[in-house]
Design a protein. Sequence first.
Lengths: 307, 301
Amino acid sequence: MNFVLRRILFFIPALLGVVIVTFIIGRLAPGDPFQQLIGLGVDNETIAELRHHYGFDQPLWLQLFTYLGNLAQGDLGISFAKANMRVVDIIQMSIGPTLLVGVLSITLGSLMGVWFGLWSALRRGKLADKVITAAVSFFGAMPGFVLSYFMIWGMAVGLKWLPPGGWGKPENIIMPVIVAALAPAAFVARVCRSSMVEVLRQEYVTVARAKGLSPFHIMRWHVLKNGFIPVITVIGPLAGRSITGLFFVERIFGIPGLTSLTIDSIPSRDYSVIQASTLMLATIFIIINLLVDILNTMIDPRTRSIG
Amino acid sequence: MSTVELNSQEQNPYLTKAMPDEFPLLKKRQKTWFGRKRDMLVLFSLLFIFVILICAIFADQISPYRPEYQERGKGVAWQDPSATHWLGTDGLGRDFLSRLIHGARVTVVLAVGVTVFQLSIGLTLGVLSGFFGGWTDFIIMRVADLLYAFPGLLLIILVVSVVDTLPRILTAFIVITLISWPDVTRLTRAQVLSLKQREFVDSARVMGASSRHIIIKHLFPNFIRPIAALVPLGMALVILSESSLSFLGLGVQPPGASWGNMINEVGVHFRTSPWMILAPSMSLVFTVLSLNYVSDWLLDE
């Protein structure tokens, strides 16, 4: 448990680093949200007053501390583009769809990856293995936006089984989740296959077979237990891939999630929203990594000494 | 010195060529390309990469129209493929093939450019970190850790969206370079750390060689191979990042052509002519696939 505690302690500086980086990038930007008011006929004094009111005239480090203080109280400031909206409320509205699609697609992707990885490892060199390996490299090389369009082409335009986009109805979620799951699935399948092939080659598996243990017993206690360790390790980085995958899935299928919020806030220079949504996405990423690390040490005690 | 020679002899393809007479089972291994196994897929991959390279270099000579050239008149938009427009025209009446060829240029320039900078930064920091250790190592590795804490594309999107003093594609270039060096650095550092303990480094030191001499003459030739094998893979990642950014409107700005923004432009009218998406997306997928195969092939010794 000592190890888990240490991991959690490392989580805090990582999160702080992310907060500071997002803050600095947001503030280093040329100009600020009030600059566009000049075009709307607002005079310079009002703008100066606004800058003062929102603390934009203070030194950077002071702004950072104010920001951190507010953040600790769960206050992310106000949106500069949407009138009378608190960033917290905007984030709250869009975090749901992202988490839903994200968690479902990582789960589905891992399951599919393990399934196909195992399948091709057990049928090594046979037709199934060749087909799966080819599909894995093909889908692994395909960016999410290309895949989304092909899915829409087949499922919505061609077969008319599923709606091409939108949000709110249960059938809306099927296609985005499948699209977002395929890239992680390809990745997991690749890792799973090579790991299982390696384990199946080990002497202890041959010994277990020679002892006459049942194939099920060998799979359960000898192969899977050892073969899964690398698979679980890659699920952390996988979360990152899934998050970046969501940028395209949410945009193409019109899902009102965190990543579409980020992209939509860019033209209006709504820095407070861009900052907050990036921060949320990075936090989700770090938390998933942390959980995977902890899970990993619970399964494989050997990794405990490293951390 | 002797260890180095021994080591390089182990990997010498001429040596294995002489062996089959004594070991008939090894005969199959003789059929190799540059000491690696024959693979038709790799041949196709290399050919495809070559075609893309030619397209990128001679884009102006090959393409039938200027990529920004818009035809005037009625019905010029969304033309079907014909003798005059091999791949049809896009929503603004621009020749799709010409745009595709010029899109290859962006892809190649970015992939090569980022790789050059990424390797120079990554190798330098990796060697510094692995060879000298101590505080240098600590600081470099913590910065690398911090960059790992961020999902890559997220950081690129954040920076590119906020910085608008430079052209977006240039910002993207810089940011992709700045976040991609840790991979090279980690690999180099690990290699240097293990090589540093080998005998030939000690021997060189005893003979009075400087650190500089040891790094360049003894370490570099040994650690460059695995790193070079990963270069195509890194290029594939850069190409994916660029096309993703261009797709989101954060990379190459219109009217410039890039595979990513072509997919985006065509995607708007996806329901009327879905096949338009095939050309840019397949160029993208096959380039990435080819690079992946070549990398796998180089790694597989």
